[in-house]
Design a protein around this ligand. Structure first.
Ligand code: BGC
Length: 744
């Protein structure tokens, strides 16, 4: 009771501090407020602000602290994640605000990765839209729903560049390319955070996992990363920097070690690059138990030392480790860390609470009525459909008996729909769907029924995602035999990618491959809809079925979106953001590789190639078909030589030569032919998403300046070098038309 009275006395002081500041800029108002608050805080209260615990709603690791509510009350824990619903969050916020001495509100974090309740496509799939507007809106709607449910902080965007599809978390990122990865990182930060963090419809973002988490050895999650500074800075760091430049409020450090030092205590990454070079002003949170894990890494002798190393390297908040809470005061008394370090971290965290408007109104995000009105609203569900259909990549569409299978004729009579994803709600949501609600998902069967109401649709599961059970094959073959067309919804379930979801064999899991072999024997026309959190090695499928759609996992509106594409109401426009290997043996395989001194020559053994498989991928980066065809011609450069300050204008004529209206993603690549260090054979430098009616043509334009040609030279200076460049334009990273220019 005493505490309650004290808190009630202090809240007005806190609110008065917020309101009465005479300082003109909001930042100095904030600083003034945080200064005053910090001057009243004990060391224990400060350390409490550096502590983040999970509630027991939904967790991604061990719940180390079942007493988190008590710790909130005693001020030992200043931030909570995985607490859901306005009702429960209000309960916790009340404890913090009304029952602690200073009434400092809590941050409420959650993994809102691809939607909160309404689930959008997994990030890898949505990236295939190459559509920044769609991607930004998905983040915006995710923030609207999450903030309506009381959350104020998401652990997203995940911007780890990844080139090894064995790694399950490839599903959570934007693929292999740095240029595209940067644009997507920025779009997501803008989408989540909007213009003002204290707008109750926005939430703070957290870019993760800093750094290079997407390059673990052998594609095994949490594994070691060892790479040159050049590759780190050129390929892996820019997407995090793009998020920082877009104003991301927080950064999460990764589980992996980088060149021998765990990211959680990596001074080079945090103090040097993130803060000194990039000027990041927000706070850094560890990943789940990242601090105590440094003992197993072989980097610190015990938890206390791990905490000291993490704080000193620039980590501010301890997620779920409990280490700062247990040991930081002792470390301070022993002189292993100093007050200045703690104060700096506390300030960064309080700054965010201030910017979120929590000191003015700790209950800003807590309104049960808004929660009910917002989640699954029509506007958000409509966007989920738009995003899902724009994420579907058409990989193959060959004629069957002289006729293309896709789009399907709306008068088709007998459809067989087969596979473990055909009548499935949960797995369609994809990895890390968090609070998503599987009961709201349209299955593929229901999507088809809506689009083909007159058809007789027969379903058989056929096979599962795991195990050797073939008892469902007969039923599947039976309905296939009776049908005019077979649609197979095959691939991975939601747990076969994502965190700790690495696979060494990335073919169709379980007995799905065998099932497909049996179905092909029926001689019926087959469309495979492949749903997975990663590229799969589906060379056999590619050769043996008539049409293939790759759909990632598409979220709440999955079935509607796929059906719209199948029936031609939507003409697919997405392009792969990740290379599809033929076999695991080709990994890592990505388009921006180097040429080597012995590039591939078919008839020369002593060139860079395999004896048993082609060098080329199954499907290259940037690849994706449409129901119509596009032709590129007339590539023109406005000049053949540019100086440092010039702009090179590149134009090309794009014509829709087919029968359908459609959208094309025209891509621009360059190659720097000779450098002080060698350069990739192709680098994406721009793209243009263009809608053309059947028969229509347009001149499209790209621009390049010397700035776009910069790289880390032999002395690690980021600059462009004079010399010859090639420029390529086309519909994927292989089928291109080219010209050249010189940088003087
Ligand atoms: C994941 C993070 C996630 C965190 C909190 C960890 O296991 O690596 O991406 O944000 O859990 O749920």
């Amino acid at each position: 009771m005493k505490k309650l009275i004290l808190a009630l006395l202090i809240i007005p002081i806190v609110l008065a501090l917020v309101n009465c500041s005479k300082v003109s800029t909001p930042q100095s108002e904030r600083d003034h407020f945080v200064d005053s608050l910090m001057s009243k805080m004990t060391m224990d209260e400060k350390i409490g602000q550096l502590t983040l615990y999970t509630s027991d709603w939904s967790v991604t690791g061990p719940t180390l602290n079942p007493n988190y509510e008590k710790d909130v009350k005693s001020g030992k824990c200043g931030n909570i994640f995985n607490a859901l619903t306005v009702k429960y969050i209000t309960k916790l916020q009340k404890i913090a605000v009304e029952e602690t001495r200073l009434g400092i509100p809590l941050l409420f974090g959650y993994d809102v990765i691809h939607g909160y309740k309404t689930t959008f496509p997994i990030p890898l799939a949505e990236a295939c839209t190459w559509d920044m507007d769609i991607i930004e809106k998905s983040a915006h709607y995710s923030a609207m729903e999450a903030s309506a449910s009381g959350l104020n902080w998401t652990f997203s965007p995940m911007v780890d560049i990844a080139r090894d599809p064995r790694w399950g978390r490839i599903a959570e990122g934007s693929g292999e390319d740095t240029y595209l990865g940067c644009l997507i990182a920025a779009a997501k930060v803008h989408g989540y955070q909007g213009k003002n963090l204290d707008d109750p419809f926005t939430i703070a973002a957290c870019v993760k996992h800093y750094a290079a988490y997407g390059a673990p050895q052998a594609g095994r999650d949490y594994s070691t990363v060892d790479m040159s500074d050049r590759v780190l800075r050129e390929t892996y760091l820019p997407s995090y920097k793009a998020a920082v430049d877009a104003g991301v409020a927080t950064v999460m450090c990764s589980f992996n070690e980088l060149n021998g030092v765990p990211a959680t205590a990596n001074e080079y990454l945090m103090n040097k690059i993130l803060r000194e070079e990039w000027g990041f002003k927000g706070f850094v949170v560890t990943d789940y138990t990242g601090i105590p894990e440094m003992i197993k890494h072989g980097y610190s002798v015990d938890e206390k030392q791990a905490g000291e190393l993490a704080l000193s390297a620039g980590t501010d908040m301890d997620m779920q480790g409990g280490v700062f809470s247990k040991y930081l005061k002792k470390s301070l008394e022993e002189g292993k860390i100093n007050k200045k370090q703690i104060n700096m971290s506390v300030r960064r965290i309080l700054n965010l609470k201030y910017e979120l408007g929590l000191f003015k109104n700790p209950y800003l995000y807590l309104d049960e009525k808004r929660e009910q009105e917002t989640v699954f609203s029509k506007e958000i569900m409509d966007h989920a459909l738009l995003s899902a259909k724009k994420s579907i990549v058409l990989l193959k569409n060959e004629p069957f008996k002289g006729q293309k299978l896709l789009p399907m004729s709306k008068t088709v009579k007998n459809i067989a729909i087969i596979g473990p994803l055909a009548d499935n709600q949960e797995d369609m949501l994809g990895t890390w769907y968090g609070a998503g609600d599987k009961t709201k998902v349209t299955t593929l069967i229901n999507g088809l029924k809506n689009k083909f109401p007159q058809a007789n649709i027969q379903y058989a599961k056929g096979a599962d995602f795991e195990g050797n059970d073939k008892s469902g094959f007969d039923a599947a073959i039976n309905i296939a035999n009776k049908s005019d067309i077979v649609i197979c919804a095959i691939g991975e379930n939601d747990g076969q990618s994502g965190e700790a979801g690495s696979r060494s064999d990335i073919g169709l899991p379980g007995v799905q491959q065998e099932l497909m072999e049996e179905l092909v024997k029926t001689g019926k026309p087959i469309i495979a809809v492949v749903l997975a959190g990663r590229p799969l090695t589906i060379e056999w499928l590619t050769k043996n079925v008539n049409a293939i759609l790759f759909a990632g996992h598409l979220g709440t509106r999955s079935g509607d979106a796929i059906a719209e594409v199948l029936c031609g109401d939507y003409n697919p426009s997405a392009k792969l953001v990740i290379t599809f290997p033929r076999s695991v043996g080709q990994i890592p395989i990505f388009y921006a590789s180097k040429n080597t001194g012995r590039p591939f020559e078919a008839n020369n053994r002593f060139t860079s190639k395999y004896l048993d498989i082609a060098n080329e991928p199954l499907f290259p980066f940037g690849y994706g078909l449409s129901y119509t065809q596009f032709e590129y011609s007339n590539l023109k450069l406005n000049t053949k030589t540019i100086h440092d300050s010039d702009t090179l204008k590149i134009t090309v004529t794009l014509k829709n030569t087919g029968q359908f209206d459609g959208e094309e993603i025209a891509q621009l690549y360059i190659r720097d032919l000779i450098g002080s260090v060698t350069r990739p054979v192709k680098e994406l430098k721009g793209f243009n998403k263009v809608f053309l009616k059947a028969g229509e043509q347009k001149e499209i334009e790209f621009a390049i300046t010397a700035k776009d040609l910069r790289f880390y030279d032999v002395n690690m200076q980021f600059k462009s070098e004079p010399g010859q460049f090639k420029v390529f334009v086309g519909g994927n990273s292989v089928d291109l038309i080219e010209d050249g220019f010189e940088l003087l």
